[in-house]
Design a protein around this ligand. Structure first.
Ligand code: G3P
Ligand code: MG
Length: 256
């Protein structure tokens, strides 16, 4: 991907911790703070619906028990994904990828879909998420960016929708990470932000990849990463960072 069509600032899980993660309420709140790109976590229900859930299990964000991926969407869609956060959001339902796509496309927002497979379902989840994303964004000039910590998920995504851009997520520089990203024809690396140095940013960009980071929640860290020349920042702090405060430089989009 020579042209990078994405904003610099990306709101993590919709609006970080200010609203229940991965719900439409969160994406609306992130947008109300001026954010024009969002990160979400996507996995498969037992009957093949792509829906948003960070954890493998339902306990933390819905109060229900067990693996989210073992329930059909008809059950999942009736859960309460808001009460755990605060009474204000009681009754907020889980969100499907199709619903989030409608919101993003209607409002001109960009999306980073993190493929977050239920353990053991890496390849099939990558295939399904990418196939659905290709359908939902068909004919759109700016496709969603698909990312994953799991190379098998990215391989599945490439198999079913090779034209959608991919990014390898990293929480450590494991052996062969760059070769893996290049073999998967990734467009970007998205790394845990303290991992970056002048050398690693230069190595990634010299290989033709963009350099993004998660999850940056303080101003000092953000300034340091901007000085290193990263191409994008994922943040929880939609209330702290203005998405219009973009240092325009290599690979970065000017505010639109
Ligand atoms: O996609 C960036 C970030 O969301 C990866 O970590 O655990 O917050 O999904 P996590
Ligand atoms: Mg994520």
């Amino acid at each position: 991907m020579t042209h990078w069509p994405y904003p610099y600032w990306i709101a993590h899980r919709g609006a970080g911790k200010l609203a229940p993660e991965n719900t439409l309420a969160a994406f609306r709140l992130g947008a109300s703070h001026g954010y024009r790109m969002f990160e979400c976590d996507a996995k498969l229900s037992s009957d093949g619906t792509v829906f948003l859930l960070h954890d493998a299990t339902l306990e933390r964000t819905t109060g229900a028990s067990g693996l989210g991926g073992q329930r059909p969407w008809s059950d999942l869609s009736l859960l309460d994904a808001g009460t755990w956060h605060s009474p204000e959001y009681a009754g907020e339902p889980p969100c499907s990828l199709a619903a989030l796509a409608r919101f993003c496309l209607a409002n001109g927002h960009a999306l980073n879909i993190e493929i977050k497979p239920t353990p053991g379902l890496e390849s099939v989840t990558g295939q399904a998420v990418a196939a659905l994303a290709a359908r939902l964004w068909s004919g759109q000039s700016r496709p969603p960016l698909l990312s994953s910590f799991k190379p098998e998920a990215l391989a599945g995504a490439r198999a079913s929708a090779p034209d959608l851009p991919r990014a390898l997520l990293l929480d450590a520089w494991w052996d062969g990470w760059l070769q893996t990203a290049l073999a998967l024809q990734c467009s970007a690396i998205v790394a845990h932000h303290p991992m970056y140095s002048t050398q690693t940013v230069a190595r990634i960009q010299a290989a033709g990849l963009r350099c993004l980071c998660y999850t940056v929640n303080d101003e000092q860290a953000a300034r340091a990463l901007q000085a290193l020349g990263v191409d994008g920042i994922i943040t929880d702090r939609v209330d702290l960072f203005s998405p219009d405060a973009v240092p325009v430089g290599r690979g970065q989009s000017a505010p639109t």
